[in-house]
Design a protein around this ligand. Structure first.
Ligand SMILES: O=P(O)(O)OC[C@@H](O)[C@@H](O)c1c[nH]c2ccccc12
Length: 249
């Protein structure tokens, strides 16, 4: 009977949908500093960075250079992204894939799951309400995903800790003014170490990293990971760029 065949097919599809996610936490847990390499077509501060991206090729280059995870900016209007870019990236690599967008509603968490995201970004300054952040975080966990919870100041960091975020990103860029201050991460790290000295959380530095000196400095500050976008998007051989950034470890 056709309905039985359809049911069998659906079971297979669901198995794929429910497949265990690739762990971003585990990718950040290994010795040395991990790079989360980002695919970003444009941004409000930089304008268009790279219009035509061969996503499978770029993902492979990131992987070959030694990246530990891939981030894809999927926001349409200001970053010229789309969710299809994430699906394409996911198919091209065994690394965990992070969805970078502006998530404010549960439906976007489901959308991320269906597109194959292993983890998603939750921006504290955008979500504002602690309960809402907690709910979005819990939904992501229930669906088997992880979250990178992004903060920019002490107050937001406290909120992230209260919600028991396991992976926290310190963004050097102030999303309200779009300006980058590379000392932000350093400042927040010293605050974090006082608040949570025996932490088993993973901490990621985000935005504005360009040189191996930047990488070395952040590694010395005990960051587990670095999220790097523009520097890699502007490189014609991102594998070499990642290798040379890591060479500064
Ligand atoms: O391109 P950069 O300066 O290396 O930064 C990467 C990443 O931190 C940045 O893209 C980012 C940080 N938080 C975001 C929130 C949404 C979109 C993008 C972002």
């Amino acid at each position: 009977m056709i309905l039985n065949q359809i049911a069998r097919e659906k079971t297979k599809e669901l198995r794929i949908l429910k497949a265990p996610k690739r762990s971003l936490y585990a990718a950040l847990d290994k010795p040395g500093i991990s790079i989360i390499a980002e695919i970003k077509r444009a941004s409000p501060s930089a304008g268009t960075i790279l219009e035509d991206i061969n996503i499978p090729l770029r993902v492979k280059q990131y992987e070959m250079g030694g990246a530990s995870a891939i981030s894809v900016v999927t926001e349409r209007r200001f970053f010229k992204g789309n969710i299809g870019m994430l699906e394409e990236a996911k198919r091209a690599t065994p690394l965990p894939v992070l969805r970078k967008d502006f998530i404010i509603d549960q439906i976007q968490v489901y959308e991320s799951l269906f597109a194959g995201a292993d983890a998603l970004l939750l921006i504290v300054s955008l979500i504002e309400e602690e309960k809402k952040l907690r709910d979005l975080l819990n939904l992501a966990y229930e669906l088997g995903m992880e979250a990178l919870v992004e903060v920019h100041d002490e107050e937001e960091l406290i909120t992230a800790l209260k919600c028991d975020a396991k992976i926290i990103g310190f963004n050097n860029r102030n999303l309200k003014t779009m300006t980058v201050d590379v000392n932000r991460c350093e400042h927040l790290m010293s605050f974090f170490k006082k608040l949570d000295p025996k932490s088993n959380r993973k901490v990621v530095a985000e935005s504005g990293m360009k040189t191996k000196e930047d990488v070395k400095r952040l590694k010395e500050l005990n960051f587990d990971g670095l999220l790097i976008g523009e520097t890699l998007m502007r490189s014609s051989s991102p594998d070499k760029t990642i290798r040379s950034l890591l060479g500064g470890e």
